[in-house]
Every structure is written in structure tokens, then in C-alpha cells.
Ligand binder design. Structure first.
Ligand code: NAD
Ligand code: UFG
Length: 333
């Protein structure tokens, strides 16, 4: 177990202005851990960090750097030392990755290789990478455990699988503590003060429900009610972002050497209709919906086996669907 007092330098949080990165910033501030954020603000702005600065009465060291800019990144690592790196920075839209696979390869894979080169040059040994359940593709069995074949079906998922391999194949990381976290579907907000603020029209379910609740959209499009699920709509493993960040904390504190892959989910699936019903009941807001054809590339059901992370890192999700719906709405209403 790592002792936080042995962190002689700050933690670097790449992508720290984004949805999940800013929640990690919040957790570190709560635990009084020094941190530095790198982000190029391509899918975020500074508002979450500014909210946290006010809330915690601190200044968050922020560097506007594109991780594809090798020279700038090297200079930055030459000027700062870090005890750990949590690498969130990346593009995450499946649809955009299909339209522009080269951009996704360049941003997510080449960018991550640059981060890895700098990590190695400085000799940093405590690392977390944001991977995704999307690497499993269409599940061959449920719940999906970490031994399930990796068979991504879109360029975004391919970039995540490729970056995992960059860590797994590199001899250097056999002497470091590396956690490759495969997130399922994160939703919610940190203590209702910061939340998810996607640029433009949301692709994901919860931000779209929030848009309908705010009156920005007349109804939710439900993509398919003819799946082989109890009510015909898609089933996913939603996880509260607060739980997800606690999983990062457990990963950061674990000093077992080597590269380990962990699913991070609740281990339970909820359908789109169940999400809508839970949201309506908890928040007393009506979410009208219309059934549309299936969305390209969607799968029927996806939920995680979570025994490995429970057994190795002693972490499991605590917050239920009601908390996710309440906290998502309370920061966005
Ligand atoms: P986000 O878009 O809110 O945050 C990502 C941040 O990275 C943004 O602030 C963006 O500006 C920054 N970024 C992107 N490319 C960059 C670059 N080249 N240089 C510097 N900064 C760059 O997304 P998020 O939901 O917070 O996701 C964080 C990570 O988790 C991503 O890698 C994503 O693929 C992964 N992930 C997210 C989900 C999800 O549903 N949110 C699920 C699985 C995995
Ligand atoms: N859905 C709708 N209407 C919408 C949006 C989504 O009915 O407006 C449905 C989808 O068809 C699916 C479910 O809600 O059945 C969840 O869809 P999301 O888009 O919220 O999430 P996905 O499971 O498709 O994908 C998300 C991220 C990926 C990540 C994956 C990990 O977009 O980047 O979770 O499981 F890899």
C-alpha cells in the first residue's frame, strides 16, 4: 500500500479539465494531495476547475498543452517532477472516431505514446490509464470479466486497446505499478458542484436526459426497443462518478508492481427505460421519449464482472442508480 506521505511530488492529471479528470482533481483536493493539470481544452473549458478553486479556496496549477506536441510536453516534464500520472486526456466520441479515425489515432495513441515517453524519461512508477469497456466489443458472455477477448468494433475502442498494449508490451512498465482501468458508463457529479458539460449535442444517455429535463430537447430518442432485454431497450452498467474516482484512489494507493487491468462498474445492468423511470421518480421531472431505430454500433447488453477489483484493490461501488440520477440533475438543473 502506498503511503500518500511518500508522494514527494504532485500527481499529474492529464485531461484534468474534462468530466472525469476534474472529478479526480476534486478528490485529490479533498485528500490534500498536490496536483498539476494538463489539458488542451479541446473538449472542455476551465469552468469545472474554477468552481473547484472557489470551493477549496486554492489555485490549481494548469498547463494548456496538447499531448501531441512532443517538444512542449518534454519541456514541461523537464520542468516538473511527478510522483504519479493519471492519464485521462483523450477524445471519446464513437461517432467522431468513425468519421475521423486518423484524428483518434493521432490524438489518443500518438498522444499517449508521447506521455509514456516522458513518464519513462523521468522514471515515474505509479500510473493509471483511462481505458474503456468499449474494448470488449459485442460481449461473448456476461458479465464481462477482464479475460474476455478484446475485440473493439470502432476506431475509438481500437485506440483504447492500442494504448493498453503500449503499456503492457513495454519492459519499463513491468517495473512500475500500472493500472489500466476499463470504465463502464460513468454518470453523476461530485457533491453536486461540478458535472458533465459536453460541448454540443450529447451522444450519451444521461447528458441527453438532462437536456430533456432542462427543456432544451422536446423528448429523448430511445435507440431501439427490440433488443433481447427485459423491456427491449439497451442495458448498461452505470457507475457514479464519485465511486469511479474512489476506484482511482484505490488504484493509486496499490503499489503492486506490473500492469493490471480492472473493470470499473457496478456489476449490474439497467435498461434505458429503467434509467428514465429512475430519473423521473427521483427528480420529479417528466422525460418524454420516442422510440427510434437502433443506433449503429450499439450492443444489447453490457455489464461488468467486478470481482477482480474487489479482491485486489478492495474497491466496490457504493452509490445506487437513484444517487446517480439525483446528483446528475442537481448540478445541471
Ligand atoms: P472529456 O472529454 O470530458 O475529458 C477529456 C479531456 O481530455 C478533455 O478536457 C479534453 O480537452 C482533453 N484532451 C483531449 N485530447 C487532448 C490532447 N491531445 N491534449 C491534451 N488534452 C486533451 O472526457 P471524460 O468523460 O472525462 O473521459 C476521460 C477519459 O476517460 C477519456 O480518455 C475517455 O476516453 C475515457 N473514458 C470515458 C468514458 C465516459 O463515458 N465518460 C468511458 C470510458 C472511458
Ligand atoms: N441511448 C439512447 N438515447 C440516447 C443516448 C443513448 O437510447 O440519446 C441508449 C443507447 O442506445 C444505449 C444506452 O442508452 O443503449 C447507453 O448509451 P451511451 O451512449 O450513454 O453509452 P454507450 O454504452 O453507448 O457508450 C459509453 C461511451 C463509450 C464508452 C462506453 C463504455 O460513449 O465511450 O460507454 O461502456 F466506451
Amino acid at each position: 500500500m502506498t503511503d500518500v506521505n511518500t508522494f514527494s511530488h504532485p500527481i499529474l492529471i492529464t485531461g484534468g479539465a474534462g468530466f472525469l479528470g476534474s472529478h479526480m482533481v476534486a478528490l485529490c483536493l479533498e485528500k490534500r494531495i498536490d496536483l498539476v493539470v494538463v489539458d488542451n481544452l479541446s473538449n472542455s473549458d476551465l469552468s469545472n476547475l474554477q468552481t473547484l478553486e472557489k470551493h477549496f479556496n486554492v489555485t490549481i496549477p494548469f498547463f494548456n498543452i496538447d499531448i501531441r506536441d512532443q517538444d512542449k510536453l518534454k519541456d514541461f516534464f523537464n520542468e516538473h517532477r511527478f510522483s504519479a500520472v493519471i492519464h485521462f486526456a483523450g477524445l471519446k466520441s464513437v461517432a467522431e472516431s468513425v468519421a475521423n479515425p486518423d484524428l483518434y489515432h493521432d490524438n489518443n495513441v500518438v498522444g499517449s505514446q508521447n506521455v509514456i515517453d516522458c513518464i519513462k524519461a523521468q522514471g515515474i512508477k505509479n500510473l493509471i490509464f483511462s481505458s474503456s469497456a468499449t474494448v470488449y466489443g459485442d460481449p461473448q458472455y456476461l458479465p464481462i470479466d477482464e479475460d474476455h477477448p478484446v475485440q473493439p468494433y470502432n476506431p475509438y475502442g481500437e485506440t483504447k486497446a492500442q494504448v493498453e498494449e503500449l503499456f503492457i508490451q513495454d519492459e519499463y512498465f513491468k517495473t512500475a505499478s500500472v493500472k489500466l482501468l476499463r470504465y463502464f458508463n460513468p454518470v453523476g457529479s461530485y457533491k453536486c458542484i461540478i458535472g458533465e458539460k459536453p460541448n454540443g449535442m450529447p451522444n450519451n444517455l444521461m447528458p441527453y436526459i438532462l437536456g430533456v429535463a432542462r427543456g432544451e430537447y422536446d423528448f429523448l430518442n430511445i435507440y431501439g426497443d427490440d433488443y433481447e432485454t427485459d423491456d427491449g431497450t439497451g442495458v448498461r452498467d452505470y457507475i457514479h462518478v464519485t465511486d469511479l474516482m474512489e476506484a482511482h484512489w484505490s488504484a493509486l494507493m496499490d503499489d503492486v508492481i506490473g500492469c493490471e487491468i480492472y473493470n470499473v462498474g457496478c456489476g449490474k445492468g439497467f435498461s434505458v427505460k429503467e434509467m428514465v423511470k429512475a430519473f423521473e421518480e427521483v427528480n420529479q421531472v417528466k422525460i418524454p421519449y420516442q422510440i427510434q431505430p437502433r443506433r449503429d454500433g450499439d450492443i444489447a447488453t453490457c455489464y461488468a464482472a467486478v470481482d477482480k477489483i474487489k479482491n485486489h484493490l478492495n474497491w466496490s461501488a457504493k452509490l445506487n442508480l437513484e444517487s446517480m440520477c439525483r446528483d446528475a440533475w442537481s448540478v445541471n438543473s
